[in-house]
Design a binder for this molecule. Sequence first.
Ligand SMILES: [Zn+2]
Ligand SMILES: [Zn+2]
Length: 130
Amino acid sequence: MERWRPTIRFLERVAKAEGITVAAVQLHAHPKGSSACYDGEAEFDENVITLCGGQDRETVLHELAHLQTQTWHKRSWAQALVRLHARWLSPRKCARADRALARDYPKARRVYREKYGKRLRVWQRREDIF
Ligand SMILES: [Zn+2]
Ligand SMILES: [Zn+2]
């Protein structure tokens, strides 16, 4: 439980400052290893976030953006997430998280272009950022 504390503290701090309602955070780990689990999940109709073990701040912000916008991987969600990246990550991590977002989610590509004034290049999209 101890190792979750920084993640949970970060989640609580962001949720409070952003006015995001979080009813519950469910945590789970795979002591014997996991073949294919998700990083996190958001049930935004119930304001519940589920996290798989060892997640970083980017995952927490991803799920909080679902609760904030009450929607899936749509443009409004991507816009909210880019705002959260800028406010809660260091500039270097923010740029990296924005790139990964545009690479992984088609609806985020226009949001990326609007922020940076350029398209995400293909080589950046292919690069393994994490
Ligand atoms: Zn899991
Ligand atoms: Zn998601």
